[in-house]
Design a protein around this ligand. Structure first.
Ligand code: GLY
Length: 369
């Protein structure tokens, strides 16, 4: 069953998100943007290219003025300004002008890079997101954030730039390896925790189908998860306020990601960060003990960690304060009041963050006991 969500701003529709189980409707959806008079450039990475480019090229090649494809090596190491420069050069060589269009086919890195190139090439060219990972479908393709890493600084350069369309083919989730798939579940669970208790219950009730990657369930899950994000980004598209609640689990999560040198997936780090933040919420009597333990333990059936060894808690603490979510001396920390309700708090102290880090830290001494 195909479904559709519209992202609005100030009550005006900005772009649609369509949910499908194949790519068959892509050309029809793009027709609305007059692609017969446009050149299209698919931007993708080497991994996704081998899975989907042939199919998409054969669906689109007769529908537009010209179709070209730019492929860069897959992985976070490509997410830099050199790759963006190569994309600009490729577009210039192929005489792309402002009326033409980019298609971002892939996961979060592809979406961020193609989105940033689209935002800046000729001061802005249309682009469409075609996310193929769970992380990209439920998070990075929605809300218009684009970003590029600068040396060791993640997403240091970027722009808010909205796509014209997001086309989700949930059957692409079938080809993800288990670790990447469950990494996306970290963000899915987070959306339920911060915005919708009923969606959180739905996830738990559909655990079996989620493990099976049943297509109807995946479509419903991605749709419901995006709906949580839609409510937040419509109210605060450029993160002046409430959008920060999407960072639940990310302050400590990003610090662990860096401390572990990106050996853990993003969703694994987000799960650990959510557990630590829920623990701090319990310490502040926002959550009950039972609520805390239920939230913590619910990551386990989705193959996500709730404890970690071989970290230096002091280093993790230091990294939390170098995060982008720091304003002046205040960390914009996200706490939970209950399942489905997150709050922004700028009074969380370093000591409280340290207790959260210690709650998830499983040291060698713990083994000995
Ligand atoms: N991934 C968080 C946001 O889009 O704001």
């Amino acid at each position: 069953m195909s479904q559709r969500l519209t992202i609005n701003q100030n009550n005006n529709p900005i772009y649609d998100i369509v949910y499908e189980q194949d790519f068959n409707s892509l050309a029809g959806e793009l027709d609305a943007f007059d692609i017969k008079n446009k050149k299209l450039c698919i931007i993708t990475d080497s991994k996704v290219n081998s899975f989907y480019s042939d199919e998409i090229c054969s669906l689109l090649k007769d529908k537009c003025k010209k179709l070209i494809i730019y492929v860069f090596p897959s992985g976070e190491q490509s997410k830099n300004l050199d790759t963006v420069k190569n994309i600009y050069e490729f577009l210039i060589q192929n005489k792309f002008d402002r009326k033409d269009m980019l298609l971002a086919l892939g996961g979060g890195v592809v979406g961020d890079m193609a989105g940033f190139a689209a935002a800046t090439y000729l001061r802005g060219i249309d682009f469409v997101q075609i996310p193929t990972t769970l992380l990209a479908q439920v998070d990075s393709s929605i809300g218009g954030k684009t970003g590029v890493d600068l040396d060791q600084y993640k997403n240091m350069v970027g722009a808010f730039y909205m796509p014209k369309l997001v086309y989700m083919n949930v059957s692409t989730l079938k080809t993800l390896d288990d670790r990447q798939y469950y990494s996306g579940m970290g963000e899915v669970l987070k959306h339920g925790l911060i915005k919708s208790a009923s969606f959180y219950e739905w996830i738990i009730d559909h655990m079996y189908e989620i493990h099976e990657r049943d297509l109807e369930t995946l479509e419903e899950m991605v749709y419901k998860s995006c709906n949580c994000k839609k409510i937040v980004v419509e109210k605060d598209p450029t993160e002046k306020g409430e959008r920060a609640i999407l960072n639940f689990g990310h302050t400590i999560g990003h610090a662990i990601e860096k401390a572990k040198n990106f050996e853990l997936t993003h969703g694994e780090c987000v799960a650990l960060g959510c557990v630590a933040a829920a623990y701090i919420s319990w310490n502040r009597n926002l959550l009950t003990k039972e609520e805390y333990y239920e939230i913590r333990d619910m990551f386990v059936p989705f193959n996500l960690p709730i404890s970690i060894d071989k970290i230096d808690p002091e280093e993790v603490l230091a990294l939390t304060t170098s995060d982008k979510k720091v304003e002046g001396d205040h960390i914009k920390f996200i706490l939970l009041k209950k399942v489905g309700k997150a709050v922004i708090d700028t009074t969380v102290t370093k000591d409280e963050i340290m207790t959260g880090i210690h709650e998830i830290y499983f040291s060698e001494e713990d083994w000995d006991e």
